[in-house]
Design a binder for this molecule. Structure first.
Ligand SMILES: CC(C)(COP(=O)(O)OP(=O)(O)OC[C@H]1O[C@@H](n2cnc3c(N)ncnc32)[C@H](O)[C@@H]1OP(=O)(O)O)[C@@H](O)C(=O)NCCC(=O)NCCSC(=O)c1cc(O)c2ccccc2c1O
Length: 273
């Protein structure tokens, strides 16, 4: 099938934002620095992800890096200042943490499509995505202890949940590079395919998920993330149940009774075991 990509937003400086049908693709477009991110790159990604969340015609989101050499090489060390990464406003930020959280709570599947390097904060972005499809040239590593950084949040805890504590400590302490096949063998990623096929394969996975019940996928994602994300995860799952409850006649009776200044009649609603 020939896919037609259309641009969703032309005004971003550091990312490309496109869609084909119900699938959106957000690509970091800084291949000259292996798709390292600056505060602006992250700000644009947060904006694009928020637009995907709010657009009911989008059902799956691909996160990738432009070109064959890198998914993302993490924070741009050239703009790393004292306390974070510095943008035009001169304020040092670690705003990729906001993006990680957004990817965790966005109620649609997010699939990382990896070509080449997935390193440092870039590899944590790959990790927080729901699924990862990698080209056979994928290379995975955490480099923090080499460059004076670390991610003790999702980058460590979720990694340990994903590949096991011993392996996660090895990844961080040794800063070795793992091939896509090694990452697959560890359960770090979902599938490895030849470089030429990576987009076709990623789109095929999206097509399959688009045939599934969106509410079911939403609740599975929130449920699976709830334990790791603590109260923030429960908040997302609870918000989903509030959303569902609001659509019920029982909840509407409460609202209507208040507006009609009468006592609500909840007796007519079933009390399931
Ligand atoms: C990614 C590489 C392994 C690629 O190696 P390769 O040999 O293929 O290419 P080059 O090294 O020649 O790179 C080409 C070109 O790109 C520049 N570049 C690459 N990565 C970066 C980068 N991250 N920042 C800036 N520039 C980069 C490189 O200098 C070359 O430029 P030329 O002008 O010389 O052509 C290898 O490049 C590499 O190891 N890169 C660094 C990876 C890294 O250490 N990343 C940062 C980790 S820390 C981090 O990401 C981080 C960010 C956060 O926001 C956090 C927030 C909260 C907690 C933790 C955080 C965190 O850890």
């Amino acid at each position: 099938m020939v896919r037609k990509w259309e641009t969703i937003e032309n005004d971003y400086q550091d990312i490309l934002f496109e869609r084909t049908g119900k699938i959106a693709k957000i690509a970091i477009n800084r291949p000259e620095v292996r798709n390292a991110f600056t505060p602006l790159t992250v700000e644009e990604m947060i904006d694009a992800f928020a637009r995907c969340r709010d657009d009911s015609t989008i059902g799956a989101i691909i996160l990738t890096g432009q070109g064959d050499l890198a998914f993302c090489s993490g924070g741009d060390q050239g703009v790393r200042g004292n306390g974070g990464y510095v943008g035009k406003d001169r304020i040092p930020r670690l705003n990729v943490l906001d993006l990680q959280h957004l990817i965790r709570i966005i109620p649609k599947p997010v699939i990382a499509m990896v070509r080449g390097w997935s390193v440092g904060g870039g590899n944590v972005l790959q990790l927080v995505c729901d699924l990862t499809i990698s080209a056979d040239n994928g290379k995975f590593a955490q480099s923090g202890p080499k460059v004076g950084s670390f991610d003790g949040g999702y980058g460590s805890g979720l990694l340990a949940d994903t590949i096991g504590m011993k392996r996660a400590k090895e990844v961080w302490f040794m800063c070795k590079t793992y091939t896509a096949q090694e990452a697959y063998d560890m359960g770090w990623i979902n599938k490895v395919v030849p470089l030429a096929d990576v987009e076709t394969e990623t789109l095929a996975w999206c097509d399959t998920m688009l045939k599934r019940s969106p509410m079911s996928l939403r609740l599975i994602k929130a449920s699976m993330n709830a334990a790791t994300d603590g109260l923030a995860g429960i908040q997302q799952l609870a918000g989903d149940s509030t959303l569902l409850y609001y659509t019920s006649d029982e909840a509407k009776e409460g609202r209507d009774a208040f507006m009609e200044k009468r006592d609500p009649d909840f007796d007519k609603f079933p009390k399931f075991p």
